[in-house]
Ligand binder design. Structure first.
Ligand SMILES: C[S@@+](CC[C@H](N)C(=O)[O-])C[C@H]1O[C@@H](n2cnc3c(N)ncnc32)[C@H](O)[C@@H]1O
Ligand code: SF4
Length: 349
């Protein structure tokens, strides 16, 4: 079963190297805009959402779009949705090729509740679940950037708890996600060293970096100057990249993950150097962004809506065909979207 799903996603990735796909294989889905944090770099927490998609609407969407192989459930804080496991189950039931479920978390929900939900998701039979625990600095810096005293300690506790669960569920993996912004640029190495002191047995491949972006749609932070100077951001990325190149992984899937992370970081560096993506941007074709009101966008970075599930029905390809994909896609390089574009250009690298 697992090998069939692996063959399915590999087949799709291979196909994306030769041809344009008729439908996306990755869904980035913000399941709620509720958030209890106070981050400097993201204003989602200021939103008081009303009329978000119900579980029944999500089930119907999943039934009518059964082709996703990779789903990211994000937010807001995704674990604030009490039905997050039912949402994951709905996609598991409707998407027979679902190979990877990824979710970020701010670690601010009740620890026992979140760990219980992650365990329930690990039991759904999805071959790979990766939780990214957001961590944007060492203790004082993380708490300052996220505006929540104690956030660093909660993130460490959550990471440890998920890692412990991972000993029981081989399909469950956890990494730290560091978003480089002006307030923490140049502080990644210090953060890694502090975390490594606290958590024994950490590897550089347990960290992931992402560059801070402004977007009037998803992050709602268009008026907040958070972008790090490119030269400082590059130093942080180069630090992880150099160390990651030295990591010797055991197991094919961890080796593949590290290889892809290296390609992704090389892509970030190229983007920071040239302000252009090193691979053709294929957002809207290989991945698509659905928000919690049912709005569909090519990516988290674009505010040009392709359609809305409630008004236009559940057919994503019909929305894309009608609205088209704009040129604005060339101006960003995001963690949510760039992996698919990289994978779709692997044979040309
Ligand atoms: C928007 S959050 C949603 C999930 C959860 N609330 C969290 O913080 O992990 C998803 C990821 O986006 C990152 N992020 C926040 N603001 C960002 C920005 N302006 N540019 C790029 N990434 C950002 C967060 O650090 C987090 O890793
Ligand atoms: S980054 Fe996550 S935790 Fe911070 S405000 Fe945005 S959604 Fe909330």
């Amino acid at each position: 079963m697992q090998s069939t799903k692996l063959a399915g996603i590999l087949g799709t990735i291979l196909k994306s190297n030769f041809t344009r796909l008729s439908r996306p294989y990755k869904l980035n889905f913000s399941i709620t805009y509720w958030c209890q944090s106070r981050c400097q770099h993201c204003s989602i927490w200021t939103i008081k959402p009303k009329g978000e998609l119900t579980l029944d609407e999500i089930k119907e969407f999943a039934r009518q779009n059964p082709y996703f192989k990779w789903i990211e459930l994000t937010g807001g804080e995704p674990f604030l949705r009490s039905d997050i496991v039912d949402i994951a189950r709905a996609f598991r039931d409707s998407c027979p090729g679902l190979y990877l479920l990824t979710m970020p978390t701010n670690s601010l929900c009740n620890y026992d509740m979140e760990i219980k939900k992650i365990e329930e998701m690990a039991q759904l039979g999805i071959p790979n679940i990766v939780i990214t625990v957001s961590l944007d600095g060492y203790r004082e810096l993380e708490d300052k950037i996220r505006g929540v005293p104690g956030n660093y300690d909660k993130a460490i506790h959550m990471f440890n708890g998920i890692r412990e669960l991972g000993k029981k569920y081989s399909n469950l993996l956890c990494v730290f996600g560091f978003t480089i912004i002006n307030a923490n640029a140049g502080q990644f190495e210090k953060t890694v060293k502090e975390v490594m002191k606290e958590i024994p047995g950490m590897s550089y491949s347990d960290f992931h970096v992402n560059i801070g972006q402004v977007s009037d749609n998803y992050y709602a932070n268009i008026n907040t100057p958070i972008v790090a100077p490119a030269d400082q951001a590059m130093k942080d990325v180069e630090y992880l990249l150099e160390n990651m190149r030295k990591v010797r992984e055991k197991g094919v899937s961890r080796m593949a993950k590290t290889y892809l992370e290296i390609k992704y970081m090389e892509g970030i560096l190229e983007f920071l150097r040239t302000k252009k993506s090193s691979v053709p941007n294929r957002d809207g074709e290989l991945s698509i962004f659905l928000d919690s009101y049912g709005n569909v966008f090519p990516s988290i970075m674009t505010s040009r809506k392709l359609g809305n599930l409630r008004q236009d029905g559940n057919s994503l390809s019909a929305m894309v065909a009608k609205a088209g994909l704009g040129k604005e896609r060339e101006q960003y390089f995001t963690a949510c979207e760039s992996y698919q574009s990289i994978l779709g250009a692997l044979l040309k690298m």
